[in-house]
Design a protein around this ligand. Structure first.
Ligand code: GLC
Length: 518
């Protein structure tokens, strides 16, 4: 068993630091606030936290524009506050992962300022003549730099897989600038590993080497990084934002996410094309839609390919949503319809990743203004997924004592908005459902990441058996559905609206059930 086998049993939970818990009343979340909520996460069954970037930043892209990788942003606290959070989490059996923005920095990073003043500096990618998509130098250096996302995020130079006679400024992956950047990534990781960090989620991990067909050179870069990790920090992990687990895991990542921007595995489950949507993601229906027009086969086909490519090497991570994509409760999909979605997320052999607030059914809030680069297009507003965590029925939903107009983003104004405190005391709440399902996964190894699954019915309901012992029924349809049950006697471990009896599975509208063979 490898030293990082802890990831096999992980329940990942993404915290968006600015929106989770504010301890000092400035309207923005912080580390001491998150520390106070660790007991809640332990109660829920979370084993690993992933914090979105919490480093010094001008916040032109909500912190994905890093100005200093080794110092946290003052609005979240000091480095010591982060290490205190990590230590407090450790005593509760929870690991903390950070977010490594590997492909670019902020244009305010000292590396970039130096590069913009010195034509011999190769930490970034520069050309002398203008070209579409390139940005004019802000410094004394003439020329144009390549951005990686927004213009304020200059691409770090990891070299080009292919040289080009008309573009002599292209450097190879072994040149000095690209090699210095590789070394810098290891230094940053080592700095935080030495302070107890369990791993990194790596932002835009596929973006490093440019003009790299098949990501061959980018994969080599990560394989080399993984070799270093395995010898220097064997119990730490790297989880990529790549959106292609087959490629990313073979490139050395311990896990990679199914995501909205690539393939249909993620989109075919959750994307009802409200809140955040880009036409390039495809327009098909999604499976978790009460009108039952989706096809779980779409998810299954891609999952099977990803699974066979990653088996024994790493995991496919499936998020409930994230800071770039609509929450589960979005558009016509309401909180009452989420239990079957969590039943799948927590019983399927992917690595379950919960986005803060999804466990209580916080909704995507439409119509918010652009905050720190949240808006990416007319149908693509990420702010709606980034609103403050709703802790209790009190002022600001218990997130902050700041005046409402000082909050990072507004709280959901719905008088019926969900909150943690109210749902904790209600055994029938989504929160308690999610907690029970996490507990089931913990106590039944057959339900965990990487284990076996046999699909019995790929439709409405979706029916499968895990490890030969656990039968799962998921019915997002707004209609009652019945299918033949597998032979045997099945004990109900946890269900809402599903019965297995007399050779038949009956699934009421919007229902799920987990059963064990007796
Ligand atoms: C990733 C992040 C996203 C950010 C972008 C640029 O996709 O998840 O929030 O805007 O990278 O860093």
């Amino acid at each position: 068993m490898s030293a990082s086998a802890w990831l096999d049993d992980a329940i990942l939970y993404q915290i968006y630091p600015q929106s989770f818990a504010d301890s000092d009343g400035d309207g923005i979340g912080d580390f001491p606030g998150a520390l106070e909520r660790l007991d809640y996460l332990r109660w829920l069954g979370v084993t690993t936290i992933w914090l979105s970037p919490c480093f010094a930043s001008p916040f032109g892209d909500a912190g994905y524009d890093v100005a200093d990788y080794l110092t946290v942003a003052p609005r979240y606290g000091a480095n010591d506050d982060l290490t205190a959070l990590v230590e407090a989490a450790r005593t509760r059996g929870i690991r903390v992962m950070l977010d490594l923005v590997a492909g670019h920095t902020s244009d305010q990073h000292p590396w970039f300022r130096a590069s913009a003043a010195d034509s011999d500096d190769h930490r970034y990618i520069w050309r002398t003549t203008p070209a579409a998509g390139w940005v004019a130098s802000p410094g004394s250096r003439p020329g144009y730099y390549l951005p990686n996302f927004f213009a304020i995020q200059p691409a770090l130079n990891f070299g080009y897989a292919r040289r080009h006679p008309e573009e002599p400024w292209r450097q190879g992956v072994d040149d000095e600038g690209p090699q210095a950047n590789r070394a810098a990534l290891r230094e940053i990781m080592g700095f935080w590993f030495d302070r107890g960090i369990a791993g990194f989620r790596v932002d835009m991990a596929a973006s490093l080497v440019k003009d790299d067909p098949g990501h061959v050179e980018t994969a080599k870069l990560w394989q080399q990084t993984r070799q270093w990790l395995d010898s220097a920090y064997p119990d730490r992990v790297l989880v990529s934002e790549w959106g292609d687990p087959a490629t990313a895991v073979r490139a050395g990542f311990h896990a990679d996410f199914f995501l909205h921007f690539r393939g249909r595995a993620f989109g075919s489950l959750w994307n009802n094309r409200t809140g955040t949507h880009d036409p390039s993601w495809g327009d098909g229906p999604c499976y978790f839609d009460a009108d039952a027009t989706g096809a779980v086969d779409e998810f299954l086909a891609e999952w099977r390919d990803a699974r066979s490519a990653t088996q024994g090497l790493g995991h496919v991570a499936l998020p409930s949503s994230n800071h770039d994509f609509s929450r589960l409760a979005c558009g016509p999909r309401t909180r009452d319809q989420l239990a079957p979605a969590f039943a799948l997320l927590l019983t399927w052999p992917t690595l379950p990743t919960l986005y803060y607030g999804d466990e209580i059914g916080m909704r995507y809030l439409p119509g918010l203004p652009d905050v720190e680069g949240s808006t990416l297009g007319p149908t693509y507003n990420r702010a709606g997924s980034r609103t403050p965590m709703q802790w209790d029925p009190g002022d600001n939903a218990g997130f902050s004592t700041a005046p409402a107009d000082k909050l990072y983003l507004p709280i959901d104004p719905d008088p019926n908005r969900p909150d943690v405190a109210s749902q904790r005391t209600d055994p029938g709440s989504l929160l308690n459902t999610v907690r029970r399902l996490i507990e089931l996964r913990r106590t039944a190894p057959a339900l965990r990441t990487g284990g076996e699954v046999e699909v019995l019915h790929a439709g409405y309901p979706f029916v499968y058996v895990r490890g030969g012992t656990h039968l799962v029924v998921v019915n997002p349809a707004g209609e009652r559905r019945a299918v033949t049950a597998p032979v045997g006697v099945w004990a109900d471990l946890d269900s809402q609206g599903v019965t297995v009896a007399d050779g038949e599975i009956v699934a009421e509208p919007v229902s799920y059930g987990v059963f064990a063979a007796v």
